[in-house]
Design a protein around this ligand. Structure first.
Ligand code: ZN
Length: 298
């Protein structure tokens, strides 16, 4: 595979397009509430592959994998913590097949759901959990690990370090921020975009960024803060399709593909290098972002 690294592609001046949501796509394919999404890699591989293929067809340069809840801590809720290796390897292999050899697989790694601050788990347990997941994703053919939806610096740092130490993959790590009443962006654990950026660079992440929690508009402000704190590091954004509105009790994401695409040039100006979607985004959103990226003036 004579493929560049993601970092090298960014350093060469390219703006890259990532993929959109997987969870809602799985639901559309028939996943029921209470099912383990990651088990679909084993039991419904063709459906999972189709999600990745749809994003590649939409023009994504990279796709994630169905492994967000693939740590032993998360799989334990389904009695599947003994199958971390099998499930994550399958997830990466499916995305690899969908991506072919010339697109990147950035395999998803979500939080463990454990809070070190509470003292219920040790750093070593968290580290080992990420190590096992990341090693399996690498074995399945991932080019990069996309550690995402992080809110605590201690957990994110352990994940980045485990990924760096136990794989040769590029390591991406993104945090999820919300705007507080003072108008500041903070994670659930009170971390600012600047603090997250500095901590991730220090921990050894190749790519930093933000995912979920915000639409493209607010992501522009978050990216600006991260860029100021980390002038050299590639920044990835996986934005939601706007801020959810409750329609008949169901969270609905209001931003259309065109709504998101029209902010692409502003977010690139703010410092983003890789742009994709999170909750509420579909292949149509990614296709619109692709078009906007291709239309950027150099
Ligand atoms: Zn999301």
């Amino acid at each position: 595979m004579a493929k560049q690294t993601i970092v090298a592609a960014v350093k060469s001046g390219r703006v890259l397009v990532s993929d959109g949501a997987w969870g809602t796509f799985l639901q559309k394919k028939g996943m029921k509430p209470g099912e383990c999404p990651e088990l679909w890699n084993v039991e419904h591989a063709a459906d999972v592959e189709d999600i990745g293929s749809n994003y590649i067809k939409a023009g994504a340069d990279m796709i994630e994998s169905d492994s967000f809840g693939g740590t032993s801590f998360k799989l334990k809720h389904f009695g599947l913590d003994g199958r971390v290796g099998e499930i994550n390897e399958a997830a990466a292999r499916i995305s690899r097949k969908a991506a072919g050899s010339d697109k990147w697989v950035i395999a998803s790694v979500g939080p463990t759901g454990q809070m070190l601050a509470l003292g219920d788990v040790t750093e070593e347990q968290i580290y080992d959990s990420f190590k096992d997941q990341c090693a399996a994703l690498a074995k399945g053919g991932a080019d990069a690990l996309c550690i995402e939806t992080m809110s605590a610096i201690d957990e994110a740092t352990l994940a980045v370090k485990a990924a760096r130490k136990h794989t040769t993959c590029e390591v991406i790590c993104t945090f999820t921020f919300e705007k507080n009443t003072k108008g500041e962006y903070r994670t659930m654990m009170g971390v600012s975009p600047a603090d997250a950026a500095r901590a991730l660079v220090e921990a050894g992440a190749h790519v930093i960024g933000a995912n979920c929690g915000n639409g493209m508009e607010r992501m522009i402000e978050i990216v600006r803060e991260m860029r100021a704190a980390a002038p050299q590091t590639p920044i990835l954004v996986h934005a939601n399709a706007g801020l959810p509105k409750s329609v008949n009790g169901v969270d609905t994401f209001p931003d259309s593909p065109a709504d998101m695409a029209k902010l692409v040039s502003a977010i690139v100006k703010a410092g983003a290098n890789i742009i994709g979607g999170c909750c509420g985004t579909t292949p149509a959103h990614i296709a619109a972002i692709r078009q906007a990226v291709d239309g950027l003036k150099k």
